[in-house]
Design a protein around this ligand. Structure first.
Ligand SMILES: [Zn+2]
Length: 353
């Protein structure tokens, strides 16, 4: 595990003996200077990187406990190569090190794509930060070094289509997650030497497959909790939970409004005037719908119970909005009739036409 050392003091332009006030002032000044929203477009990306590092440095140095942990590591780091320092640091810290697991991964499987957010804030820090502080600090508060016996909760995004919800289809997710090493139980050590299986990190990456039925009340932003499918726990602890945050993919025909669906249907001029039948889409396939005589553009028709399944049972409605249009091609015979229509209509122009 090659992790690049970050000099948080240097990032904030501070000496090692900087006071809390020095740190706060340096942070404020730099954060303002490098704030991505205040940069010209060509400098934005670079500013974002710098801004992130400034925030990371401040996150560590403003916190007494984190700072002293960092200072101890920094001294080790400078004397040896990075890997050895990292190993030494681990050795000092285990057991009871407050580390926790974080899941990661991205990919595409069976038409299902997903991405992991991890815990709050995870992923927005450098590997270096993660390797020292892991997820243990994201719980916040004074219990920063508290050992988490329970595995961390992991959040992932679950992309679903309206059809998959409607049919309560089963989906398969595959991703990789950091587990505690089976060989050493997460200590990174076997007897007096480092565990070969995990290279002393105490963690192994494991592929996982989860099958789940998309619930009928799945809606955008809703979270599904899969108990015990999250991060691995210290020996004897309980696994964390996996939260799947629903993301409904855009549908070419339907817009979702609560439990109701909305769609546009094309109606031709003669149908609008005389009435008739058109074909309309539903999530169960197409249906025939009656158009009343004298139907105007924008008119809404309700198809009861053709919307999305409701939580307690039953279904929402489907609203069809009339979109008055002409066929792509006008036959000469039809054109003749339009001319006649124009003649009859004479001066009757539409208001604002
Ligand atoms: Zn191991």
């Amino acid at each position: 595990m090659a992790v690049k050392f970050q000099d948080y003091y240097k990032i904030l332009g501070l000496e090692r003996n900087a006071t809390e006030k020095d740190i706060r002032n340096a942070y404020r000044k730099l954060a303002r200077k490098h704030h991505p929203d205040l940069q010209s477009p060509d400098k934005k990306e670079e500013a974002e990187k710098e801004f992130k590092m400034i925030n990371e440095a401040y996150e560590v140095l403003k916190d007494k406990e984190k700072r002293s942990r960092y200072d101890r590591l920094g001294a080790n780091w400078e004397h040896g190569d990075e890997f050895n320092a990292y190993q030494r640091y681990q050795q000092q810290q285990r057991p009871g090190n407050g580390w926790s697991q974080a899941a990661y991964g991205s990919g595409d499987f069976d038409g299902f794509s997903f991405s992991f957010g991890g815990q709050e804030g995870a992923g927005s820090f450098s590997d270096f930060f993660e390797s020292i502080f892991g997820g243990a600090f994201t719980g916040g508060g004074g219990g920063a070094t508290r050992r988490q016996r329970r595995g961390v909760d992991v959040e992932a995004e679950l992309e679903v289509t309206l059809e998959e919800i409607y049919q309560e289809r089963e989906k398969q997710l595959q991703f990789s997650m950091q587990d505690l090493c089976d060989k050493c139980g997460g200590t990174g050590q076997l007897g007096s030497s480092f565990c070969q299986a995990c290279g002393g990190s105490g963690q192994t990456s494991a592929a996982k497959t989860i099958k789940l039925k998309v619930p009928r009340d799945a809606r955008h932003g809703k979270k599904i909790r899969l108990k015990g499918q999250g991060g691995d726990a210290e020996a004897g602890g309980e696994r964390g939970d996996l939260y799947l945050k629903i993301k409904i993919l855009p549908h070419p025909l339907f817009t979702l409004k609560g439990d109701d669906l909305e769609a546009k249907v094309t109606v031709y001029p003669w149908q609008a005037v005389l009435g008739g039948k058109i074909t309309a889409p539903t999530l169960e396939g197409s249906v025939r719908v009656t158009i009343q005589p004298q139907t105007h553009n924008g008119h809404r028709m309700r198809l009861r119970g053709k919307g999305m399944p409701r939580k307690g049972g039953g279904y929402g409605d489907l609203y069809l909005q009339v979109n008055l249009d002409i066929p792509a091609k006008t036959e000469p015979e039809a054109e003749e009739l339009y001319r006649k229509l124009a003649e009859i209509s004479g001066e009757k122009e539409g208001y604002g036409a």
